[in-house]
Design a protein around this ligand. Sequence first.
Ligand code: AMP
Ligand code: GLY
Length: 431
Amino acid sequence: MNILLLGSGGREHAIARSISASPQCDKLFIAPGNAGTAQCGTNVDMEPSNLGAIKQFVLSHNINLVVVGPEDPLVKGIVDFFESDPELKFVPVVGPSQEGARLEGSKDFAKAFMTRHGIPTAAYRTFTKDELAEGQAFLKTLKPPYVLKADGLAAGKGVVIPETLAEAQAELAEMLGGKFGGAGSRVVIEEYLSGIECSVFVATDGTTYKILPVAKDYKRIGEGDTGPNTGGMGAVSPVPFADSRNADGKLFMSKVEERIVKPTIEGLAAEKIAYRGFIFIGLMNVGGDPWVIEYNVRMGDPETEVVFPRITSDVVELFEGIATGRLDKYELTVDQRFAATVVCVSGGYPGEYKKGFPIGGLEKAAGKATAVYHAGTAVKDKKIVTAGGRVLAVTGMGKTMDEALAAGYAAVTKISFSGMYFRRDIGKDLK
Ligand code: AMP
Ligand code: GLY
């Protein structure tokens, strides 16, 4: 098969590496990719949302399967674009329809979907620009802290959690006043859930589903989960609490499957929403019970950098099963070892930072129990240089969480670039 993978982050490098290890893959193209994906296939200078260019490329390179990494092309309707085009409709795409992508593209849509299907999620109300006063009044009925979410895609920055009522009311006015552009023209206000988060990934062809290894990511820039939110500073898989029994004798993951995964897949089918892709369920473990924080319609980053290295069955067959409705035939097998990834970022990130610094030690860091995934890198004058905020995700594997973390951190110490920063406490809260 000739495969086109869309995206350019650490997630795409991890997916590209698993694809290139499959005997099913003849040629792999990554658009636009990074310096790491170039080692797994051929990078193509093409934006993942440029549907016209993608069409030309798919036809001229005999592409048999398209895998979409990020949410943007999905929310813009790439799957519907392929299905409605006479020349493209036989090319399978891994990803939901535009309607399905609303689970991530609109928080209000996702909340209403969960409410319709009895899926546990924080109580909420949605307000528009004309309903500022009602929104301010609703905030008064809640206890602090307050959770305000821009309805649309806001590059991971659309959730604000103020501590006081005055701050929350001011924030609501700013959001409805255009702080996040069109994404904030509606704002979801919801109850605060207190607990520990994890990320559950479900592959589905719309009928059958497979639950992939569970992961946990670390979003804040600072150690001890402090400071501003980032795209993700590290991740681990599996998550010990997910496979342990709670006081009620039930496994946490059994509750997730019964209360969340099944009603989500059945709800999509009942509403005739075509969904052949990944569902990323962001969960809060509140006293042993799972509550949904959010849906995403793609794999997570940096979670993919710990989930994909643990998948030992053929991922091209997984993608094909998803995209062609034959997931029931797929046998998922998982490496029982732990994986931990540490993200190395540019100094100043998530604020302003400089790019173009040479990265040293990449060959030395890669080993039998470690993998270095590129996130924001490029090649300049034949050298690999920094090209983004999140630069590398360095994954270690081991029989225990400690061993995986030790392998990952040992590899990180071999890598250097000007201004490099990473968190030293990934996985520590789970021990
Ligand atoms: P989201 O973009 O929906 O993932 O939200 C970003 C982050 O805000 C989440 O990862 C949580 O840490 C936090 N968050 C979102 N909703 C809630 C909630 N209802 N209660 C507590 N924390 C939340
Ligand atoms: N790690 C969170 C995300 O990919 O959105």
